[in-house]
Write a protein that binds this ligand. Structure first.
Ligand code: NAD
Length: 354
């Protein structure tokens, strides 16, 4: 990989490496863009096969955070941390404290949080060494209910666009994956809306829980794409929308919490051609990010929830830009993020900074 060519192509600011011989820490922090504010993004621990895989991942994830924060209207930039190692075998207090010192060395240009392979215990160690960590248990806690809340509001915006009403009562919604986000989404759909929900999950325990609590219908994982539905809500893994699954969908709306649901970018065009309205993942699933970002102003749950509800307006704006400019919603979201960053970057300064 030509690192500087890649950084130039996608306008990255920094890629930092840190090694500590005592803890064995091999970590990367990538800061994509800080025009809107300090770069915020979780730290992932993963047993990458090669160092190049880790670099590619941290680049991709950091850039994604820039777009997510920009569209969410946050004054934050995009960054991400990666720790190379097996999260089941290679964690220790010294590893996370060493990583915390790495974060602290950036003096607030990068703010971390938990992500795939890291948990609250790890972040607790990180917080012993740095002021720049959010999403701890004692502050804003689990982001999943906020992510689900945002998905619910984004789904309402799609319904308003397609059906002329944000009400989801009686709408048939198929939810793929009823883990942390999917569970809370089903709760909103059933309890707050009276939607007709069908769920699937590869974990029978998770399914049993939502069936017992909310009386929803279930199907086998491979059947979810073909069920009779108005709305498809992917809340499991990424990459689920591909040539084969898109051909099976008969819904009018795709609105869910999962990240990177399109197998390839061109699938956004395929969905559009089928007349399905797609709420781009990073726009609709920003509720968790909005919630942790509130910690930077002294956490207030009510204010965070109010801000998460703004996902309705942001999804609507994306749908309107797509319609106006005759582009896919994926391209409209990217355009919205880029325009905000460019405009803020160009604001004139009328004072000399101290
Ligand atoms: P989770 O692990 O708690 O839940 C995922 C669920 O999907 C699990 O119950 C799992 O058994 C199920 N699953 C996995 N593969 C499946 C398949 N092929 N078919 C059906 N079910 C399957 O994860 P989560 O925190 O709920 O996150 C769900 C998605 O939302 C992920 O893509 C995540 O990146 C994204 N996301 C989560 C948050 C958050 O706040 N948790 C924020 C933004 C985005």
């Amino acid at each position: 990989m030509m690192i500087f060519d890649y950084m130039e192509k996608y306008d990255f600011e920094q890629l930092l490496f840190n090694y500590d011989d005592t803890s064995g820490l091999k970590a990367l922090i990538c800061i994509h863009n800080t025009i809107l504010g300090p770069a915020l993004g979780g730290t992932r621990m993963w047993a990458y096969e090669t160092e190049e895989d880790a670099i590619e991942d941290v680049f991709r994830l950091a850039r994604g955070m820039t777009y997510k924060a920009a569209v969410a209207g946050l004054n934050l930039g995009g960054g991400k941390g990666v720790v190379i190692g097996d999260p089941k075998k290679e964690k220790s207090e010294e590893l996370w404290r060493s990583f915390g010192r790495f974060v602290q060395s950036l003096n607030g240009r990068y703010i971390t949080a938990k992500d795939v392979g890291t948990d609250h215990r790890d972040m607790n160690y990180v917080s012993m060494e740095t002021d720049y960590v959010v999403g701890l248990i004692e502050t804003s806690g689990d982001p999943s209910p906020f992510t689900a809340n945002g998905v619910w509001h984004g789904m309402q915006a799609c319904a308003e666009k397609i059906y002329g009403s944000r009400q989801l009562k009686g709408k048939k919604v198929a939810v793929q994956g009823v883990g942390n986000v999917g569970y809370h989404l089903v709760k909103h759909l059933v309890k707050d809306e009276g939607a007709e929900v069908t769920v699937t999950d590869i974990d029978p325990e998770q399914m049993r829980k939502v069936v017992d609590e909310f009386g929803v219908k279930t199907v086998k994982p491979e059947e979810i794409y073909s069920v009779d539905m108005d709305i498809f809500a992917p809340c499991a893994l990424g990459g689920v929308l591909n040539d084969e699954t898109i051909a099976r969908l008969k819904c009018r709306i795709i609105a869910g919490g999962a990240n990177n649901v399109l197998a390839e970018e061109r699938h956004g065009d395929d969905i559009d051609k089928k007349g399905i309205v797609y709420a781009p993942d990073y726009v609709i699933n920003a509720g968790g990010l909005i919630n942790v970002a509130d910690e930077l102003r002294q956490y207030n749950k009510e204010r965070a929830l109010q801000s998460v509800a703004g996902i309705y307006d942001r999804v609507m704006k994306v749908l309107n830009i797509a319609e106006r400019d005759n582009i896919t919603t994926v391209k409209a979201a990217d355009r919205m993020a880029e325009e905000r960053i460019e405009k803020i970057a160009r604001i004139r300064s009328s004072h000399i900074p101290p």
